[in-house]
Write a protein that binds this ligand. Structure first.
Ligand SMILES: [Zn+2]
Length: 397
């Protein structure tokens, strides 16, 4: 068994050991055996290992868990972004532009884009990244999108219900039938989750409920795009169905917040209680110049909050979790500690995982070494490349 000691850590964020939410240890070391954390303790008592990395007093934290990303697409929409910054509103309609380009692309082109973006995110500290389909919107292109996504991530999400494609514009019921029937059958072998864009202009609550029920019936976990562009029933539908996460949560009523705060469910007989996480995607508000979600209200109500990038070519073309942390702190009034927790342990909860987003014995050895003495610098020094080294599955990248 090969072992690696990450030693001389000035500030170690564990998200698990100790009283404060980040479980911070100082003058610490982490022993990695194979792909797992084997031991955490004071540097002075660190055991011997086959390999040793001396981080020289730097901060170390769990790798970021980006629980919401759309990486399988072709083309870009830079001109649409420029038009929006010049004053045009965001409606979500540009998704169809990307659908056309994605259908026309070769497997090799789609694969190259996924790998490029996944590599970009890894260099910025993301060790787990969920990847959605949703730009194929027919049986063959949704299935191949997920097949390509699954080459890179085990957290793959079938989003055939992203928008109704142009060829079904006047018969959305037929499209829902396609999604629940042949498209789901072709997608499910490559997917762990199912997601629906529940929003005016996309899918209404009845369609969303029907699609999620079909996915659940074949064993997929549930997630939802909800309450992004206006108030709506999506968040409460997600809580009612026991979704792992409802994402965006920009326009919430008091009843939505209460539902999220009271969403703890016992889904696994053997596992810990789970809840519906509110996943906030501030890159989308940044890139569409929209009001940010009220993170403070959610946190003060006791809701579990995650941060993710929503990386996609239309509304949020960033793969950077440090950027999202900085936005969350500056624009959404999260403390730096809350934002870092939400980008690591929060993302893990949104994926119903307890082996990532934490650095405790037995957890997966996904570590980020910062070029800084403290996690605070992630928000304090926005836009600066602070990720010195990433260790994923116990392997220095
Ligand atoms: Zn999204």
């Amino acid at each position: 068994m090969s072992s690696l000691l990450v030693d001389n850590i000035g500030e170690l964020v564990t998200n698990g050991i100790g009283a404060d939410p980040l479980g911070i240890r100082r003058e610490a070391a982490v022993l990695v055996e194979e792909d797992r954390v084997a031991w955490i303790g004071p540097s002075a008592y660190a055991p011997a290992a086959d390999h040793r990395i001396d981080v020289g007093g730097a901060a170390v934290l769990p790798g970021f868990v980006d629980s919401h990303a759309h990486l399988v697409f072709a083309g870009d929409r830079a001109a649409e972004f420029a038009a929006r910054m010049a004053g045009e509103p965001y409606t979500g309609g540009g998704i169809r532009t990307t659908v056309g380009a994605t259908r026309a692309a070769t497997d090799g082109e789609l694969r190259a884009t996924v790998r490029r973006l996944r590599g970009e995110a890894l260099r910025q500290g993301t060790t787990t990244m969920e990847i959605k389909s949703g730009y194929g919107l027919n049986v063959a292109d949704e299935a191949r999108s997920l097949r390509i996504a699954a080459e890179t991530s085990s957290e793959t999400t079938f989003l055939g219900a992203h928008v109704v494609p142009a060829e079904y514009a006047d018969r959305p019921d037929d499209y829902v039938g396609l999604v629940c029937g042949p498209m789901l059958a072709a997608a499910a072998p490559h997917a762990k989750w199912i997601d629906v864009f529940c929003e005016r202009g996309a899918f209404d609550v009845d369609h969303a409920r029907a699609i999620l029920a079909c996915g659940q019936a074949v064993g997929l976990g549930l997630r939802l795009h909800a309450n992004q562009l206006g108030p709506g029933p999506g968040v409460q539908l997600g809580v009612e169905l026991g979704a792992a996460s409802v994402d965006h949560c920009t326009y919430l009523s008091d009843a939505d917040v209460d539902a999220l705060a009271n969403s703890t469910t016992i889904e696994w007989l053997s596992g810990p209680p789970t809840c519906t996480v509110a996943t906030l995607l501030p890159g989308a508000e940044f890139s569409t110049r929209s009001p940010y979600p009220d993170a403070r209200r959610l946190l003060d109500a006791g809701v579990t909050v995650a941060l993710a990038t929503d990386c996609n070519p239309g509304s949020s073309y960033t793969s950077s979790m440090p950027f999202c942390i900085a936005l969350a702190v500056r624009e959404m009034r999260m403390t730096p500690a809350e934002a870092v927790w939400a980008a690591t342990a929060g993302g893990a909860r949104a994926l119903r995982r307890d082996d990532i987003g934490v650095l405790t014995p037995g957890a997966r050895a996904d570590l980020v070494v910062l070029d800084a003495p403290s996690y605070l610098h992630l928000a304090y020094r926005p836009g600066v490349p602070l990720i010195r080294q990433v260790i994923r599955n116990g392997v220095p990248q």
